[in-house]
Design a binder for this molecule. Structure first.
Ligand code: 5GP
Length: 212
C-alpha cells in the first residue's frame, strides 16, 4: 500500500549535532529526502551551491517569498533562511519522509501550515556537553561560545513545543532513536485511514454474508 511521506522538522542547538544526525539518517535509511534551503548568508568554505544551500541575494529571496515559493522562512542572525516549496511537495507526494533542518521560528510556521508534520528537537544530554562540544570545535572564540550558549538558553524555552526530544549522546543511538520515532508516526491511526476503512468494510461484508 502507498504510504504518504511525513514532513519531519529537525531543530536543535548549534553544537547539538543535528547535522550529523541528519547525515546518519540519510546514509542508513532510504525513506528520507533532505530539503535544501535557500539562504542569503554567504557560503562557508567548502559549502557548495545547491548542496549545502541555494545561496541567493536578498532581492532573489524576497522575490521567491512574493511568488509563494517558500513554505516557511525566518531571519536568523541577520540572514534569511527558507524552505523551497516544490521539492518538499513533490517528495511528500512520492512517499518520501522529507527532512527540514531548520530553526525554531520556521518549525513553528511548519506546525501551523502542516499540522501533521513531526517536530524533533535534538539536544545533548546536558548543558556542559554542549559547552564542551562548542569549545572542542576549536573554531570559535570564547565570546562566540558564550553567545551560542545564551542563544541555546533562549531556544531551550521552545523545546516543549516539539513532538519528540532526541538526546544526542552517541550519534549512532540518536540516529536510531530519530528513525524509531518517525517509523512510529507512520503507524498512527490518523495516517492509516485508508487501511482502517478498507478493513472495516471487508469485515462488515464478511459478517453480513456470514462468510467463514
Ligand atoms: P547555518 O547558518 O549555521 O547553516 O544555519 C543557521 C540556522 O538556520 C540553523 O539553526 C539552521 O537549522 C537554520 N536553517 C537552515 N535552513 C533553514 C530554513 O530553510 N528555514 C529556517 N527557518 N531555518 C533554517
Amino acid at each position: 500500500m502507498e504510504r504518504e511521506g511525513i514532513l519531519v522538522v529537525i531543530s536543535g542547538f548549534a553544537g547539538a549535532g543535528k547535522g550529523t544526525v541528519v547525515k546518519g539518517l540519510m546514509e542508513r535509511y532510504d525513506n528520507y529526502a533532505l530539503s535544501v534551503s535557500m539562504t542569503t548568508r554567504a557560503p562557508r568554505p567548502g559549502e557548495e551551491d545547491g548542496v549545502a544551500y541555494f545561496f541567493v541575494d536578498k532581492e532573489k529571496f524576497e522575490e521567491t517569498i512574493a511568488a509563494g515559493g517558500l513554505i516557511e522562512y525566518a531571519n536568523y542572525c541577520g540572514n534569511y533562511y527558507g524552505t523551497p516549496r516544490k521539492y518538499v511537495e513533490n517528495m511528500l507526494r512520492s512517499g518520501k519522509d522529507v527532512i527540514l533542518e531548520i530553526e525554531i521560528q520556521g518549525a513553528m510556521q511548519i506546525r501551523k501550515i502542516y499540522p501533521t508534520a513531526l517536530l524533533l528537537f535534538i539536544t545533548p544530554p546536558d548543558a556542559d556537553t554542549l559547552r564542551m562540544r562548542l569549545k572542542n570545535r576549536g573554531t570559535e572564540t570564547d565570546d562566540v561560545i558564550r553567545q551560542r550558549m545564551e542563544r541555546a538558553a533562549r531556544e531551550s524555552e521552545g523545546m516543549e513545543d516539539y513532538d519528540y526530544i532526541v538526546v544526542n549522546d552517541t550519534v549512532a543511538q540518536a540516529v536510531s532513536d530519530a528513525h524509531a520515532v518517525i517509523t512510529a508516526a507512520h503507524a498512527r491511526p490518523s495516517r492509516n485511514g485508508q487501511l482502517i476503512q478498507t478493513l472495516q468494510e471487508e469485515l462488515r461484508l464478511m459478517a453480513v454474508n456470514s462468510k467463514v
